[in-house]
Design a protein around this ligand. Sequence first.
Ligand SMILES: [Zn+2]
Length: 117
Amino acid sequence: MPRTDQPDSLPPEWEPCAPGEVARLGKRLRGRKTRRAVLRATAGTVGAALAAGGFWLALGRAEREHDYGGLTCAEVARRGAEYVAGTVPEPLRARIAEHVARCPRCAPLFEQMQRRG
Ligand SMILES: [Zn+2]
């Protein structure tokens, strides 16, 4: 004979909650938990963006603003040392020179680098 734990043997007073009350409470709890999780996720994303991505976010904006000689500031900065050392191959060197000549952001940086040698 199979043993069951069905509460069909319990007296009726063992059901203190009205039908639907437990489900309602559970739904409310779940809703609160979800809102907290969303808040936490949003705060985490914003915090990470501010902490680690803020610089790159600013650089990304600057890249779109300063696109001279067909090069972005990030590309110019990446080849900056080579450019100052005179080891950048010609078509690229001319483009960097054009960028630096026209870019108000890179010009002072390269002036400094070249002065330093
Ligand atoms: Zn630039």
